[in-house]
Design a protein around this ligand. Structure first.
Ligand code: MG
Length: 238
């Protein structure tokens, strides 16, 4: 008996969209405006390693959320540059609001699927936010007129933790007073969405609309090619 349905955000509800190149250019320009001149390719490398924490694993940081100001500070530290705190705040504001100028697409079938499921189930969102914080993502979801279907939003920048940390799955179920076996999570990432929810004893649907190779270790309960397939699965389970 399913009572609660939780969705991942990036590449599940939204098509993936990267603002990384834009932020790299904005950061580089910010330095130039302060008369700090570095070769672009050197800065690019620093940016990719330090801003994106690419040399660090989730395990090493114990699944703690990475905040934008820490990303910026790490870049500045590694090139040995000090700037006033107000400058870091300004950059952070720029990076975090970029999505509003050029929002990602809502995937096909999302609105209809939510419209059908929302009256009969508690619906939640569980998202590892990158740079864009949850409160800004809510504005985009509202623009698409789908925020109304959600009863609970769990964002890593608000909990301080990344999926697959069990706390990310525990929070919405506690809010709904629902046992994990009565809940199902839908997402595109095997390691964070499927394994995270399974470790928490939830049922899982893997959205594999990119035809990614299956894993022999992480086995979702269901695999789908498009989001509207969740309606039938959930109705059969209920
Ligand atoms: Mg995702």
């Amino acid at each position: 008996m399913i009572k609660v349905i939780t969705f991942d955000l990036w590449n599940t509800l939204f098509s993936n969209k990267s603002y990384s190149e834009l932020r790299l250019k904005q950061f580089f320009q910010f330095l130039q405006e302060r008369n700090i001149f570095l070769p672009f390719d050197k800065f690019e490398e620093v940016f990719h390693t330090k801003f994106h924490f690419s040399e660090v694993t989730f395990e090493e940081i114990e699944f703690r959320h990475i905040y934008t100001e820490d990303r910026i500070s790490r870049v500045l530290e590694s090139i040995d540059i000090q700037v006033p705190k107000s400058d870091i705040e300004m950059l952070k504001g720029k990076f975090e609001s970029e999505i509003l100028h050029d929002p990602p697409q809502l995937k096909i079938g999302i609105k209809k699927t939510l419209e059908i499921l929302a009256p009969d189930y508690q619906v939640g969102l569980i998202s590892n936010t990158g740079v864009t914080p949850g409160k800004t993502i809510n504005r985009v979801l509202d623009e698409y007129n789908v925020l109304q279907y959600f009863d609970s939003m769990v964002y890593s920048d608000e909990t301080g933790l990344f999926k697959p940390h069990p706390k990310m799955f525990e929070i919405p179920l506690e809010r709904f007073n629902c046992k994990p076996q009565n809940a199902i999570h839908i997402g595109d990432m095997l390691e964070t969405d499927v394994k995270g929810a399974q470790d928490f004893k939830m049922k899982t649907i893997w959205l594999n609309d990119k035809n990614s190779p299956r894993s022999t270790e992480i086995l979702p309960d269901y695999e789908i090619k498009q989001i509207s397939e969740v309606i039938q699965i959930i109705q059969e389970l209920s």
